[in-house]
Design a protein around this ligand. Structure first.
Ligand code: ADP
Length: 417
C-alpha cells in the first residue's frame, strides 16, 4: 500500500480566532496566503458555496465542512429531516423505536406550514411559542408569543404583495413550542453546548468531546416577561450585552462542573440516564441526515449541539451549529477551545500518526463507528447477562495530555523532506 506521508502541512484558514492560533502553533504546519496550494482548509461556509463544486481535491486534502451541512444546521431542515426519520422508524421498527426521536420541540416552518401551525396552536391554548428565523444565529430576530395577533405584525412585514413576491424571497421562520419549564440553577435558565466531530457519514463515524459548557442567562427565569431576551435566550452574544453582565464572571459553567452539580443533587444513576439520553440525541440526529449529506472523504465537520434540559431532566435538542463560535469569551473558554481544536486536528490526522482503530484521541471518545462503540475495560453483569457500557464521557475528567503522550509519536517535521 502506498502511504502518503506529508512532511509539512500547508493550511488555509478563513477565521482569525482560536483556530488560527492553534494552526499557527502546530508543529510542521505552515500558513498559505491567497492562491497558494494547500492541504488543509479551515474554510467558512461561504467559501464552500463558491468553491467546492468546481475544485479538484487531492486524496490527502481535508476541509472542515460537508457540502450540504445545512441539512442539519438550518433550523427548518433539521426538523424536516428529523420528522422524516421518525416516520421511517415508525414504519420499519415500530412506535417504540420512533419515540426515541421525540427530543425536539413541536416545530413548523413559516410561511409554508402556516395552516398546520395554526391548527396546532389552537389545540394548546395559552402555551408559549418561539419564533426564529431559520438561517440566522446568535439569537437574532427571535421573539416569543402567546397570541396569534402577536405574529400578525410579523406576517405583515414578512410576507409581500403579489408583485413583490418574485423580487425577493420571504425570509423563512420556524415557530416552535417554547420549553416553559426549563431546569433552573439558582433560578436561572441555561443550555448546553456540546461538541461532536463527524469524520465520515458513510459509514457514520462520530466522536464526542468530553468538555463543553452550560451557558446561563444572567436574569432570573420567569414566564411573565416574554419580551425580555435576557431571561429567555441563553446565547452568549445576547447575554454579554446585558447591563449587569460581568465579563470576569461570564455566564458559563464547564460541563464537568455541571455534571458534578447534577450528580450531587440527583445521584449518579439519574445523571447517567440523562447523559445517555443526550447521547441518543447526537446519534439520532446524525442518522436523520446520514442518507442526505453528500459524503466526501475530504470533509469533516465539528458540530456544536445546543441542548436544553427541562425540570424533569429531559434533554431537548434546540439546534445544531456547523460553525460553532470559536471566539473565546474568557481565558478558561480560550483554553477549552484550544484543547478542542488541537484534538480535532489530532483526529483528522493530517500527520498520519494514527492507526484508524483508536477509540480515544485526547478529549475525544469515539461514540459511533457504523454502530455503537463500547468501552473495553468495563462491563456490567446483572442477573447473569452482561451489559456493555457506551464509550462516552461527556463532562468527565479530561486527562487528554497523558493520553496523547501515549498515543502520538512526534511529527517528523520538514527535516525529512
Ligand atoms: P440561534 O441560532 O439564534 O442561537 P437558537 O435556536 O439556538 O437560535 O435559540 C437561541 C436561544 O433561545 C437558545 O440558546 C435557547 O436559550 C432559547 N430557545 C430556543 N428555542 C427554544 C425553545 N424551543 N424553548 C426554550 N428556549 C428556546
Amino acid at each position: 500500500i502506498f502511504m502518503f506521508k506529508l512532511t509539512c502541512v500547508r493550511f488555509k484558514c478563513s477565521l482569525t480566532n482560536t483556530i488560527l492560533d492553534v494552526l499557527h502553533q502546530r508543529a510542521g504546519w505552515v500558513e498559505v496566503k491567497e492562491d497558494g496550494e494547500w492541504d488543509f482548509n479551515w474554510c467558512d461556509v461561504g467559501w464552500l458555496r463558491e468553491n467546492y463544486d468546481h475544485s479538484y481535491m487531492e486524496e490527502h486534502v481535508r476541509i472542515c465542512h460537508f457540502r450540504n451541512h445545512y441539512e442539519l444546521t438550518r433550523k427548518n431542515l433539521m426538523v424536516k429531516n428529523l420528522k422524516r426519520y421518525r416516520k421511517t422508524l415508525e414504519r420499519e421498527a415500530g412506535r417504540l423505536e420512533a419515540a426515541k426521536c421525540d427530543f425536539f420541540p413541536c416545530t413548523f416552518e413559516l410561511p409554508s406550514e402556516y395552516h398546520l401551525f395554526v391548527e396546532e396552536f389552537k389545540r394548546s391554548p395559552g402555551s408559549t411559542w418561539i419564533m426564529k428565523p431559520v438561517a440566522r444565529s446568535q439569537g437574532k430576530g427571535i421573539f416569543l408569543f402567546r397570541k396569534l395577533k402577536d405574529i400578525m405584525e410579523w406576517k405583515k412585514n414578512g410576507t409581500r404583495s403579489e408583485e413583490q413576491r418574485d423580487e425577493a424571497q420571504v425570509e423563512s421562520y420556524v415557530a416552535q413550542h417554547y420549553i416553559e419549564d426549563p431546569y433552573l440553577i439558582n433560578g436561572r435558565k441555561f443550555d448546553l453546548r456540546v461538541y461532536v466531530l463527524v469524520t465520515s457519514y458513510l459509514p457514520l463515524k462520530a466522536w464526542l468531546y468530553r468538555d463543553g459548557f452550560a451557558r446561563f442567562s444572567n436574569t432570573r427565569f420567569s414566564l411573565s416577561s416574554i419580551d425580555d431576551q435576557y431571561v429567555h435566550l441563553t446565547n452568549v452574544a445576547v447575554q454579554k450585552t446585558a447591563p449587569d453582565y460581568d465579563p470576569e464572571k461570564g455566564c458559563k459553567w464547564q460541563m464537568h462542573k455541571l455534571r458534578l452539580y447534577l450528580t450531587a443533587k440527583h445521584g449518579s444513576e439519574t445523571v447517567e440516564a440523562l447523559f445517555k439520553d443526550i447521547d441518543n440525541i447526537f446519534i439520532r440526529s446524525l442518522q436523520s441526515v446520514q442518507k442526505v449529506i453528500i459524503n466526501d472523504k475530504h470533509c469533516f465537520e465539528l458540530y456544536g449541539f445546543d441542548i436544553l434540559l427541562d425540570q424533569d431532566l429531559k434533554p431537548w435538542l434546540i439546534e445544531v451549529n456547523a460553525s460553532p463560535s470559536l471566539t473565546a469569551s474568557s481565558q478558561e473558554d480560550y483554553e477549552l477551545k484550544c484543547r478542542l481544536l488541537e484534538d480535532t486536528l489530532h483526529v483528522v490526522d493530517m500527520e498520519g500518526r494514527l492507526t484508524g482503530r483508536e477509540k480515544r484521541v485526547g478529549g475525544y471518545d469515539l461514540m459511533w463507528n457504523e454502530g455503537p462503540v463500547y468501552r473495553e475495560d468495563v462491563s456490567l453483569e446483572t442477573l447473569g447477562s452482561t451489559y456493555q457500557i457506551p464509550n462516552t464521557h461527556l463532562g468527565c475528567v479530561n486527562d487528554r495530555k497523558k493520553q496523547l503522550r501515549q498515543l502520538l509519536r512526534p511529527f517528523p517535521g520538514p527535516k525529512r523532506a
